[in-house]
Design a protein around this ligand. Structure first.
Ligand SMILES: C[S@@+](CC[C@H](N)C(=O)[O-])C[C@H]1O[C@@H](n2cnc3c(N)ncnc32)[C@H](O)[C@@H]1O
Length: 322
């Protein structure tokens, strides 16, 4: 399957069925943004695998997974990886998934062909094949290798901030709620001293200012500060943004929030957590709307974990409002 970046009618949004090497060789060079491959694993199964009740495990025994030797598997791997590399744009990337049977060989071939490995990512299986024989560890993961076309390529796609903001903010929202439930069960008296205080997940600033929480609204002041700083930076007024941040820092300190430095790095770090006042991301509000729609914190986390793209996350959010 291939989708060209320039979206020509001939190849965009089209599924091509056939031998992948021939199909990729028919595509223009430097035309593909992303390749995801789940190639044959060369499982080399030597006989039937049976469960303790003697029923047969339905394993992969197809012809396409049979190779005479490691050499012939490597030849096949190098052929399709070379065809894939030719069609990738210089900024393109490849993901290949495999198991202990083949992934190290695939990794070696990727490196030999000039790809640059960025990460190996583990898919941990919650329902792996049971370990019937007990003669080795349970095989409960597969590995994905993420590689870019060339070693010196810096302009590949990696939506770090978007992924981190969703993960960390979900963790913060659910974590606070779970911490709250635990505290109310374990120490109900402490939890009732000031129910308006955020329970759990105190950051440095909040913990220094519990006594002043009624007089000074840290969340509100920090959010206002972030918004004003963003406006000034958008206008290119860097010096003004910096002196405003220093003025505001002094306001926070005067109110008991001991912030040593308030600068763009502070916002870059704390702003990742979208439920933090230093954030300008809308994702906390969006997550809170999902939380309101879920019956409990567990189903909220499962619901969010089920989204495979930001688009789906946003589409379902629209549905909630209908
Ligand atoms: C590990 S399976 C991937 C299964 C796939 N992820 C799915 O869910 O259907 C490997 C697949 O590669 C296909 N395959 C093997 N050799 C191929 C080739 N030369 N060109 C295209 N597909 C090939 C097999 O038919 C098989 O479906």
């Amino acid at each position: 399957m291939a989708r060209t970046g320039n979206g020509t009618a001939a190849t965009a949004e089209k599924i091509i069925q056939g031998n992948c090497i021939e199909a990729m060789n028919a595509l223009p060079a430097n035309s593909v943004d992303l390749i995801f491959a789940d190639p044959p694993y060369n499982l080399q199964l030597g006989g039937d695998l049976t469960r303790p009740d003697q029923s047969k495990v339905d394993a992969v025994t197809d012809e396409w997974d049979k190779f005479e030797s490691f050499e012939s598997y490597d030849r096949f791997t190098r052929e399709w990886l070379a065809a894939a590399r030719r069609v990738l744009k210089p900024t393109g990337a490849i993901w290949v998934i495999g198991s202990d049977h083949n992934i190290v060989r695939v990794g070696g071939s990727l490196q030999d062909l000039g790809y640059w490995i960025m990460n190996d990512v583990v898919w941990r299986k919650s329902n792996p094949m049971p370990n019937f024989r007990g003669t080795r560890f349970t095989n409960a993961h597969e590995t994905l290798i993420w590689a870019v076309r060339d070693a010196d390529q810096k302009k590949y796609t990696f939506n770090y901030d978007a992924m981190k903001a969703l993960n960390e903010t979900l963790e913060n929202i659910a974590g606070k709620e779970i911490g709250d439930i635990a505290l109310r069960n374990v120490a109900p008296v402490a939890a009732s001293i000031n129910p308006s205080l955020p329970i759990g997940n105190f950051d440095e600033a909040q913990s220094g200012a519990i006594a002043k929480v009624d007089e000074f609204d840290f969340q509100h002041e920090m959010r206002k500060t972030r918004e004003r700083v963003d406006e000034l930076l958008d206008l290119g007024k860097i010096a003004a943004a910096e002196s405003f941040m220093e003025e505001q820092r002094q306001v926070f300190v005067a109110n008991g929030f001991n912030i040593r430095k308030l600068n763009q790095a502070y916002f870059a770090f704390n702003g990742t957590y979208a439920d933090n006042a230093a954030s300008s991301s809308p994702i906390a509000d969006q997550l809170n709307r999902y939380r309101a729609a879920a019956s409990n914190v567990g189903s909220f986390v499962k619901m969010i974990a089920g989204f495979s793209s930001y688009q789906k996350f946003m589409d379902e959010l629209d549905e909630l409002d209908k």
